[in-house]
Design a binder for this molecule. Sequence first.
Ligand SMILES: Cc1ncc(COP(=O)(O)O)c(C=O)c1O
Length: 444
Amino acid sequence: MGPAGDAPMELNGQNGHSNGAGKTRRRSSKQFDASLSLADFVVGESSDPILPPAGFTEWHAAASWEADLYEPQLLASAEPHTTIIYDGRARPVINLCSYNYLGLATHPTVVAAARGALDKYGVGACGSPVLSGMTDLHRELERRIAHFLGREDAIIFNSGFGGALGTISGLLRKTDVAILDNRSHLSLRDGAVLSRCRLERFEHNDPASLDAALGRRKGKRQLVVLEGIYSMDGDFAALPDLLEVADAHRTSVFIDEAHSMLACGAHGRGAAEQFGVEARIPLIYGTFSKAFAALGGFVAGPAETLDYLRFYAHPYVYSCALPPVIVAAILEALDVAGREPQLRSRLWENATYFREQANSLGIDTGASTTYIMPLIIGDRARMYRLGHELRRRGLFVAPVDYPAVPEDRICFRACVTAGHTRADLDEALNILQDTFVPELAHSL
Ligand SMILES: Cc1ncc(COP(=O)(O)O)c(C=O)c1O
C-alpha cells in the first residue's frame, strides 16, 4: 500500500488509496499481493488514461485492510491526545502523527487571532493575490517573514507544496540543472520536472556525490536544492559540508525548511540558523503547515528574485490567496514562537527523551536526530499487522510503506511535539514495548 504524505523523489510515492467515509472495510476475500506496490502501477498501460493500469483496482480492493490505516478521520484537533475513527468507532489516541510541533494549532491567542479575522474578513480570500486576494494581513505576513529571516522580501503561497513547486519551476529553465538530494520531497522534484530542466541527484547528504553531480554539468546554470530536516528520516542536511561544495562550484543553494522553520535554531529560523549558515543561502523556503500549525508556504530572499517570481511562479499567480483567517493565525503563531522560546526547548527535550527511550527498547530510529523519527520495522506484513494493533491500543503513528522508503526501511513515522507530556511519551513507549518490541524479536 501507500506511503505517508511525504516521499523521496526516486520513488514516485503517491497516496493512491481512499478509505471511504467513516466505514471500515473488511479484509477482502481476494488475497493481497504483497509483492506489488504503488511503484508497479505508474505506467499508463490502459488504452484510455481515465482507466487505471491493469490490476490496480483489484490490487487496491484486496489491500483494503492495509488501506484502513490511511486517511484516518480525526474527530478533534491535532493535539497530543485526539480521537480518530478506527474500526468503525471513535477511539482516543496518543497522537504521534501530526506536525503540530510547537502545539500552536490550538494555542489560545492563535485561535483568537483567527476568530478575529474571520469576523472581519469572512472565510475566503476569493481571488489570486495578484488580482483581488491580497489583504493587508497577507502584506503584513510578507513583511514579517522577510524581517524574521533577515531577507529583503517574501512571497506567500496558498500551499507549501505549491510554494516549492512554483519557486523551482519559476526560476529554472530548460537548459538549467536542478541538483537534488536523493531523499528530496516530491514538491521539489516536481518543480524541477515542471521546469523541464535537467535533474541531477546526489547521494543523501554526501558532499563527494554533490561535488560529482555539480561537476557533470559544468558551465550550465545550476541550483542546489537541500532540506533543513528530511521529512522521512528526521535527519538534518549536512549543511556546512554541502555548502562548502556548492560554494566551491559558485552555485546558489535553495533550502526547504518545511520541517525545521520555527522549531530549529535559537530564534526558530530553521536549520540554517542552527548551523550558522543563513548568510550563505540566498533563498529560504518554508511551509506554514508544520510548526506554524496552519497552511501555506513562503519563499524569502532578494527582492529582485521575488519580483520576478511574482510573475513566473504559477501556483502564486494563478491560484487563490490563503484565507485571511489562516494568515491571521500564522502572524500570531510567529509572535507566540518568539514570545515562548520554551516551546522549542520542550520540543527538543521531548524528542531526545523519546528517541533515547525508544532506542533503549531496541527500536531502530535510523539517522534521526530530531523530533521526526522513523520506527523501523523493515517488513510490510509486520508493519500492517502492527499498525492495526497500535491503533487498537491507542497509539497513532503514520505507516510508511515502499515506495516512500526502501523496502528494508518500511517503518512508522513518529512526530514528537512540545505539547506531549512525559506521561504521554511514557504511555506511547509502553504500547511500543508491548507490541513493537516483540515483533522485532520475531524478526531476529
Ligand atoms: C520537505 C517538505 N517540503 C514541502 C512540503 C509541502 O508542504 P505542505 O504540506 O505545507 O504543502 C512538505 C510536506 O510535508 C515537506 O515535507
